[in-house]
Design a protein around this ligand. Structure first.
Ligand SMILES: [Zn+2]
Length: 272
């Protein structure tokens, strides 16, 4: 009996330990990830600095479909590292990104954010070595009827800077509801809105490259599309994000991975 109890205790602590195995502190932060998650030591990691090397130019890289469709249900979730926005759409109404070069369709999975503690330290990607105040990741998955060797996930990334013109009313809708998800594992239903209210339209050019998830297990390959100009956000909205608590019961801010080496990867830029 005593042995069984000990075994259960060990299993439970291993499982719980793994769950809390990474974060953004000195003890569990990005510099320590590769020792526990081999994927984080890969050669094609994200984020990277964009605009540093001469990119390969294309036109009409992608387009959105269904981004104005309003979901029937929307929910915020504090997962201990960020806040995640999930939605439920009627069949066939879920938004997607279509790549014009090969017609592949990537369907929306969920949306989350990364942000800093002060100014210009809240984005993961950098544009010409400049980081901004917040980065939004719209995570999508390759539609099941698609074929080929393309990455099965695409992340659409948008950067925010305090003080620029606010083009995304959905960010205020999210920020106003964050009080309901202060502690990890909490959920909050919110009034549904279409994701085009989160996407700014004056952000040309768009950069694309093959990278990884920016959190463990740092899976490769991930296809990235990063809007090449920051859009506006209010200081008050970012302060609402900073009021969230992470798994260690601390302020959830600085959930940002440092820049990774480009290692000769080709970066594409959409100039249309
Ligand atoms: Zn992310």
């Amino acid at each position: 009996m005593g042995f069984q109890l000990l075994l259960i205790t060990i299993i439970v602590s291993v499982v719980l330990g793994q769950e809390a195995d990474w974060g953004y502190d000195r003890q569990n932060g990005p510099e320590t990830w590769r020792s526990r998650f081999s994927g984080c030591g890969g050669n094609f990691q994200s984020p990277i600095n964009l605009g540093a090397s001469r990119p390969y130019a294309v036109f009409n890289m992608f387009y959105w479909e269904g981004d104005t469709n309003v979901p029937i249900r929307m929910e915020l979730f504090n997962n201990g590292e960020t806040v995640v926005l999930n939605g439920t759409w009627l069949p066939g109404r879920r938004p997607s990104i279509v790549l014009t070069s090969n017609g592949l369709r990537y369907v929306l999975d969920s949306i989350h954010w990364h942000w800093g503690r002060t100014r210009f330290d809240g984005t993961e990607h950098a544009l010409n070595n400049v980081r901004y105040d917040m980065e939004m990741h719209i995570v999508t998955r390759l539609a099941s009827n698609s074929r080929g060797s393309s990455p099965d996930r695409l992340v659409y990334s948008q950067l925010f800077q305090i003080g620029l013109q606010d083009q995304t009313p959905g960010m205020s809708a999210v920020a106003e509801n964050l009080a309901g998800v202060i502690t990890p594992n909490s959920r909050q239903q919110i009034w549904p809105f279409s994701i085009d209210e989160l996407i700014a339209w004056q952000q040309m050019p768009f950069y694309s490259y093959q990278g990884s998830l920016t959190t463990p297990p740092c899976t490769e390959p991930i296809l990235w599309i990063v809007a090449g100009q920051p859009t506006g956000i209010s200081f008050d909205n970012i302060e609402e994000f900073r009021s969230l608590e992470n798994r260690d019961g601390e302020e959830m801010a600085g959930n940002v991975r440092p820049l990774q080496p480009i290692n000769g990867r080709r970066i594409t830029v959409d100039l249309s």
